[in-house]
Design a protein around this ligand. Structure first.
Ligand SMILES: [Fe+2]
Ligand SMILES: [Fe+2]
Length: 150
């Protein structure tokens, strides 16, 4: 998997005033130290990038909708794995973290539903970048990094 992914249109480029998007590097500090969780985080990162690429390239809905559905399933599986790992580790923020997951899942399901109904898929891309990756994985998740046993 590439260490460097490109966000061609999913929000960040616009915020930073660049129509060409930016390249986001995966860095070692994004690793929690739990191998399964880290593999899932990287997979979500990669899947989100793949979706952004397809949206940017104007690929047909037959190539967008199944990927959107797959990403939602990966998010659901990841959250379940992470909550289990946090609980096993006795992390005292587990319940609060699970609540954050529920809020994200609710938003993700709404966006996937509207995308499936023909809505613009870039909204889901933006959610993946800002809500899931930047806001949660690189924000809230980092609070437990280094505190889980692999
Ligand atoms: Fe996570
Ligand atoms: Fe999380």
């Amino acid at each position: 998997m590439s260490e460097s992914i490109f966000w061609p249109r999913a929000g960040l480029g616009n915020v930073m005033g660049s129509s060409g998007g930016i390249r986001v590097q995966w860095r070692s500090e994004f690793e929690s130290g739990h191998p399964v969780i880290d593999a899932q985080h990287r997979a979500l990162w990669s899947l989100a990038n793949e979706l952004a690429d397809r949206v940017e390239l104007g690929r047909p809905r037959t190539e967008i909708d199944p990927l959107v559905a797959e990403i939602l399933e990966e998010i659901e599986a990841h959250f379940a794995t992470e909550e289990d790992a946090l609980q096993r580790a006795g992390y005292n923020g587990t319940a609060k973290h699970a609540d954050l997951h529920q809020d994200l899942l609710s938003e993700a399901r709404d966006l996937v539903s509207s995308t499936r109904d023909g809505g613009e898929p870039s909204y889901f891309c933006d959610f993946l970048v800002f809500g899931l990756i930047v806001g949660h994985i690189l924000g809230e998740d980092r609070k437990y990094f280094g505190r889980l046993n692999g």
